[in-house]
Ligand binder design. Sequence first.
Ligand SMILES: [Fe+2]
Ligand SMILES: [Fe+2]
Length: 154
Amino acid sequence: MRGNPEVVDYLNMLIGGELAARDQYLIHSRMYEDWGLTKIFERIDHEMQEEAAHADSIIRRVLFLEGTPNMNRDDIETGEDVVSCLKADLKLEYHVRDKLAQGVKLCEEKGDYITRDMLRQQMSDTEEDHTYWLEKQIRLIELIGLQNYIQSQM
Ligand SMILES: [Fe+2]
Ligand SMILES: [Fe+2]
């Protein structure tokens, strides 16, 4: 079914952010694993799969709307220790959240309510799961100290 061209272009721009989130979680989770931080590795490995699923849904929607998915991913920021990894991931999630919100608005303006619902679902994952979890980790580190936090993630 032919989609609104502005919606298709916007979805193509969103794919880049989801692919960046996927790859940033890929490298960070493998770094955590290498550091022996099994618990946080498992969590971030799971986030990576969710970002791949987000990209997948958008790619399928673009194809359905008769567009050509753009697979260029946005740049990633790789941290060098636990805190800088968490902060880089949070920054990316805030960025994606804002882009999703603008996408929801555009879909409403163009009357594409199915795409809007898909983006709303991704916003819910972004806000209430990924972002919230990252904010909690940074708060925990402030509360109990980095050494204790790291110990809790082994
Ligand atoms: Fe996502
Ligand atoms: Fe996310």
